[in-house]
Write a protein that binds this ligand. Sequence first.
Ligand code: FCB
Length: 467
Amino acid sequence: MANDTSAVLDPVSPHSLADPFTPPADSSLWRKNFLLGAATAAYQIEGAIHEDGRLPSIWDTFSATPGKVLAGDTGAVACDHYHRWEADVDLLAGLGLEGYRLSIAWPRVMDAAGTPNRKGIDFYKRLLARLKEKGITTFVTLYHWDLPQHLEDRGGWLNRDTAYRFADYADLMSRELAGSVDAWGTLNEPWCSAYLGYGNGHHAPGLANGRFATQAMHHLLLAHGLAVPVLRANDPRSQKGIVANIGRGTANSDSAADQRAAHLFEVQHNAWVLDPLLKGEYPQDLFELWPGTEPLVLDGDMKTISAPLDFLGINYYFRTNVASDGAHGFKEVPLEGVERTQMGWEVHPDGLRDLLTGFKDTYANLPPIYITENGMASDDQLSDGKVDDSQRISFLKRHLAAVDEAITAGVEIRGYFLWSLMDNFEWAFGYERRFGIVHVDYATQKRTLKRSAELVAKFLKERGART
Ligand code: FCB
């Protein structure tokens, strides 16, 4: 049995007795137009990497390389969502989630010559049709890190041509799927693609060179900027945006050097992506931090990159405490005695609020925001058919409260997608790190609601019943 939603509706479930999740009565999260959903990404859940003409991606290559992913895990099977998508949509709908953020696997839908792969495209058509039938609002990310390997073989994001190939891919998908997508996200977290993929090699394709990172970033942002008008032309009624991960950096002391270090941390994590998009320029402090890494920028690129957006997706996970490294940069100084998740990430909801209110002051043209990812990994265990993930429940509640505070402070935030609907392939950490509100037993592919899922469903039910 692939999905078990019975616990949601079971009034005698022991889990329904206490409710540590539901937001306070005056929270703006009770507003019915505040979209509450869940997110996933193709490579992390689909599996079926050799089926129906799908081509290899950089993550297939990377995860098959010994030593790159914990325990040698790969996305070859993942959550087998490619075969179980109907039951997974029922699971999502059964929880009452109103929004679903998914991604399309580029290597599934077109070949190296740009020829469409009908079977791959039809998979997404069926999935989106079913989501529509269930009344679920869809946010579709075009690029959640699974670059076709044939493009990497020609330089990947270091090759300017990849940006134009991305625009072709956006053109194909938006012609094929026009009318069935509510919001298009061009890229997920270009910071991770550029920095982890080309700057320190922790992610695919695994290259480590600072100059590569800034050039890859430029081509990623260019790809985004080239795709936006294409999406607008092909699918005018949908929203168009991009998803950025943001990080809070705080100073280890009041010293000017440490304050500067915290500033540089946020320049590197946030302004590197947001300034080009929202101001049409790279932050000059970035090149003080990384001297000599200025990317090659052609005339008109910054205008293309800063095309107006309908929404900005924000992914937030943790804060980093930093000090000056004694030279131009910063170094992490981990705080003792703070709450952390299975990833070792510090739980710091105020960081989300403070960053959001800060962006409102920094960017005059800040678009409406959706929190497109927020959540945590824990070492969740099934016991008597239940998973008590109390840290996650508390985490979600506190971060939703931080979102509410940012809304009260005047930031336009229209929705929140928790990461993730279900446990999945957590990139370099494989299957060990569980981020889902639904537990996945990878041996049987059985899905089991965690207590967090039950409580989110309970809240949504109560909210839905309000007049
Ligand atoms: C984000 C990714 C997402 C997931 C979470 C935990 O950086 O976008 O795919 O892995 O982290």
